[in-house]
Ligand binder design. Structure first.
Ligand code: NAP
Length: 309
């Protein structure tokens, strides 16, 4: 089946997200040419070995020439450098989008450099794994997942419709919201859980009374789930922390207050409070399963067919 919406698509940054898009572009025959750009020679070479594109370039400026759709797939902290690099070479009428996990900062970094004759539409696919690099990508990553656009006022409706259709062809459900709201929502559903995971695994690593071999040996009991999140790419997550600072600090403050409440309930033996909280949280889990965002399988969901890798 061929559903060509863009003659030439340029992917800047060929890591987990960029390579997953490349796999889908091929699988679904969505373009005539895939141009891959990455500043890392090793990533470019690997992308070529995996045949993720048709051309491979170190220069993003050269790669975007005549591209109808440009998808920026770099860590959010690199957005401004990429925007500056490509600004002078973009095709008039091109759509420029991104996949960054934070949106207000990406807009602040990119928008000032975007020429008036291109359509800049910030986006964020809510799909991923803890892996990174060109080998981490796989076809179908975005199937059944949300992709959130945070369009700027005055965005061209045709371009928006085209990009929406593109992500829907990859299997995503598309939603729109403003960037500040996106950053708050993501701070609680994604950024805070990763920070808690990084912190708990760091705490276990620092413990002197429990040896590292015991932490690894007995990790089946809850800790293991945190280690998966805590294995996520350090560059990407450093950038998320620095570029969604306000929303993350707000969520961390609320989290600390709630943790103190739980701590107090445990200290004073207030079983009812503890039981009420745990009952409320169990209902949230049920709602997530009912919404089709996970399956109701035991052993913390593994392996259950949702994870592709
Ligand atoms: P990744 O696997 O680390 O890939 C990023 C690639 O971009 C790397 O090859 C990196 O090269 C390259 N790069 C960095 N700066 C560049 C620049 N200035 N010019 C050209 N290439 C550059 O990261 P990812 O997981 O695909 O994440 C990419 C974006 O998607 C991030 O903004 C992230 O927030 C977002 N996202 C990630 C997930 C997830 O679960 N991973 C989910 C949704 C959205 P070097 O490594 O050599 O610097």
């Amino acid at each position: 089946m061929s559903d060509i919406q863009f003659d030439r698509i340029c992917l800047i940054g060929i890591g987990l997200i960029g390579s997953s898009i490349a796999h889908d572009l091929r699988r679904l025959s969505l373009t005539r040419e895939i141009v891959v750009a990455d500043h890392g020679a090793a990533a470019l070479k690997r992308a070529e070995e995996l045949r993720l594109g048709d051309r491979y370039l170190a220069s993003a400026a050269d790669a975007v020439r005549d591209a109808d759709l440009v998808i920026v797939c770099v860590p959010v902290g690199a957005s401004e450098a990429v925007a500056k690099e490509i600004a002078g070479s973009l095709k008039p009428g091109a759509i420029v989008t991104d996949v960054g996990s934070t949106k207000a900062s990406v807009i602040a970094q990119m928008q000032p450099h975007m020429p008036d004759n291109v359509n800049f539409i910030p986006g964020h696919p809510l799909a991923g794994t803890e892996k990174s690099g060109p080998d981490a990508g796989f076809p179908g990553l975005f199937e059944g997942r949300w992709c959130i656009f945070t369009p700027l006022p005055g965005t061209n409706e045709d371009a928006l419709r085209k990009l929406r259709r593109f992500w829907e062809t990859l299997g995503s459900k598309v939603d729109e919201m403003d960037a500040e709201h996106h950053d708050k929502v993501l701070a609680i559903v994604s950024h805070l859980p990763h920070l808690i995971a990084y912190n708990i695994v760091g705490t276990a690593d620092d413990l002197e009374t429990v040896t590292e071999s015991e932490v690894i040996k007995y990790s089946a009991s809850g800790f293991r789930d945190f280690t998966r999140l805590a294995a996520s790419d350090p560059t990407m997550w450093r950038d998320v922390c620095l570029h969604n600072r306000d929303a993350i600090l707000e969520m961390l403050a609320r989290f600390s207050e709630d943790l103190a409440y739980l701590q107090r309930a445990i200290r004073w033996g207030e079983g009812d409070k503890i039981f009420d909280l745990f009952t409320r949280t169990r209902a949230i889990r049920r709602s997530i399963v009912q919404a089709g965002q996970d399956v109701d399988a035991p052993d913390f969901g593994r392996p259950h067919g949702l994870e592709k890798k």
